[in-house]
Design a protein. Structure first.
Length: 187
């Protein structure tokens, strides 16, 4: 068997395995439609609107956004400390504006149209750099990110005030994450 045939066989096996996993994650045959500017379950108190819930995908993934942020750069996301998801990958797609991400030891500037991937187990922190910005965030598997965003919003309802580090640490741990450092700083 030549190298090309071996590679084709390996990729076919991976595709088949992944299609089986994806198919088994579906909980229903109905489409999910979320009107612009709304949350999947019409939640008003949340950090980011849910577009696709873990309840829709049998826990396979969840998608949040578009989250539009305005105000002085860094004002809304300054409170996102460097943290680790032990069991989830996180992916961001920048719709407008510019962000700075720390993924592991690397700092990445991302602008509209860019996508950034943060693998599970690798510390990461986002920071909004522009006056106005919006992004979409995907978690795989879904975990309890919906609940986490609701709980964070309840701690800071419309105030934008920081929450005590100990309180945030407890909240992160309750949802399978761990704070490992301060929020990313400008380059």
């Amino acid at each position: 068997m030549d190298r090309r045939s071996i590679l084709e066989s390996v990729f076919a096996a991976i595709a088949l395995q992944n299609s089986t996993r994806i198919g088994s994650a579906q909980t229903g045959k109905q489409p999910v439609i979320v009107p612009a500017g709304e949350d999947r379950f019409q939640e008003k108190l949340t950090v980011a609107p849910c577009m696709l819930s873990g309840k829709d995908t049998n826990g396979a993934m969840s998608i949040f956004g578009p989250s539009t942020r305005t105000g002085p750069p860094g004002s809304v996301l300054r409170g996102v400390p460097l943290h680790v998801h032990h069991d989830q990958d996180e992916w961001w797609y920048i719709l407008t504006g510019e962000y700075l991400f720390q993924i592991g030891n690397r700092k990445i500037r991302a602008k509209a149209g860019d996508a950034v991937f943060g693998p599970r187990g690798v510390p990461h922190s986002p920071l909004r750099l522009s006056q106005s910005s919006s992004s979409i965030t995907l978690f795989q598997p879904a975990g309890t990110m919906e609940e986490f965003f609701h709980e964070v919003a309840k701690l800071r309802p419309g105030t934008g005030q920081d929450v005590a580090v100990e309180t945030m640490g407890e909240l992160f741990r309750a949802h399978g994450m761990e704070i490992v450092g301060p929020a990313v700083q400008l380059l």
